[in-house]
Design a protein around this ligand. Structure first.
Ligand code: UD2
Length: 326
């Protein structure tokens, strides 16, 4: 994909998705500035790129840090956030300072610096437990966590910045993103990162509920492509797009696929469903396909293959005492 801007800021660029985006921008010869407070991102995610980017350790709660980082940037990709849903439930005010006020700071910075565009990372969490499927952008959102409220509020702010100030903004509602560098460390990490680690260590996974719940898993490189398309699309007016694949897989089937990659023979253990877990989720992709022109390239099987290779490398490195990266 070729891009039409030559300098971009990525907030949260040291994180899982952010670091893949930075990699793609560098490959396009874009000058990349990263602003990350390293609360969940890791510098090691950017290690291979460190001589080709400018990294600022700083916080989106601070305007000065943003202004410095955004100078001369045509596009701002905003990925910095408190991403753990549970953390936003435990600390709603502190996380709102990052996810709400931090996003407003990003939009203000973009406005003050005459940025051409802001691409905002949102989440399918905004749909909440609405049972209707697929989830389409025209549904009335029903957020069920502070995190989801923050993301919905960020989308609205982005839209009104478009309407009030003419700042071009796009919000992307990610479904379940997976791929290399996703941190498996907490029980609230993405299920694929947890299952991958279990498989590599030849341990049985835990499945919450009966395992027949479904999710729409989208590979991280596809999410990166969606960001690049959003940065280049014609005349966005606070547009909002689902970023998924439009298909769903059960958690039981997911483990079978991962187990077959690793040769793991462990049968999963089962525990009661998590509080607040939704049963089914998949993205309606019609609007995204027709307007954003986004089509995911990577199948679940291909994505799992590439992801497994990476986790295998990590665990092997770890055992060899060379450190690991989540
Ligand atoms: C995703 C997002 C979350 C929020 C939410 C909104 C991720 C990592 N999380 O949560 O941020 O946007 O969607 O709906 O993308 N599971 C197991 N065993 C495990 C771990 C998980 O069975 O060891 C199950 C879990 O109970 C759930 C499914 O796998 O039914 C997916 O879990 P998840 O935490 O990866 O993602 P999700 O959809 O709950």
């Amino acid at each position: 994909m070729s891009i039409a801007f030559n300098k971009a800021l990525v907030t949260g660029g040291a994180g899982f998705i952010g670091s893949h985006l930075v990699e793609a921008l560098v490959a396009e010869d874009c000058e990349v500035i990263v602003l990350d407070n390293l609360s969940s991102g890791r510098l090691s995610n950017l290690e291979p790129l460190k001589d080709r980017i400018t990294f600022y350790q700083g916080d989106i709660r601070e305007r000065e840090a943003l202004d410095k980082a955004a100078k001369g940037c045509a596009v701002i990709f905003h990925l910095a956030a408190v991403v753990a849903v549970q953390q936003t439930i435990d600390h709603p005010v502190e996380s709102a300072k990052v996810n709400d006020i931090g996003t407003l700071n990003v939009l203000e910075t973009a406005r003050a610096n005459n940025a051409q565009r802001v691409v905002l990372s949102s989440s399918c969490a905004v749909y909440g437990d609405d049972p209707r499927l697929p989830k389409t952008e025209t549904m009335t959102p029903k957020p069920t966590s502070p995190y989801a409220v923050h993301k919905l509020s960020a989308e609205h702010h982005a839209r009104i910045y478009s309407e009030l100030y003419g700042l071009k903004t796009v919000s992307l509602r990610y479904f379940n993103v997976f791929g290399p560098r996703q941190d498996p460390a907490s029980p609230y990490s993405g299920v694929i990162s947890i299952f991958m680690t279990r498989a590599v260590l030849n341990q049985a996974p835990l499945i919450y509920g009966d395992g027949n719940q479904t999710r729409d898993f989208v590979y991280v490189k596809d999410v990166v492509n969606a960001n690049l398309l959003a940065a280049g699309m014609n005349d966005p007016q606070g547009s909002i797009f689902n970023i998924g694949t439009g298909s769903q897989v059960t958690i039981n089937r997911l483990w079978e696929l991962i187990a077959s990659l690793s040769g793991a023979s462990n049968q999963p253990g089962y525990k009661p469903a998590r509080d607040g877990d939704i049963l089914h989720s998949f993205a309606g992709m019609d609007y995204t396909k027709s307007v954003l022109k986004f089509n995911p390239d990577v199948s679940l099987e291909q994505g799992l293959d590439m992801t497994f290779e990476w986790y295998r490398g990590q665990v092997t490195d770890d055992r060899g005492g060379q450190g690991t990266e989540g």
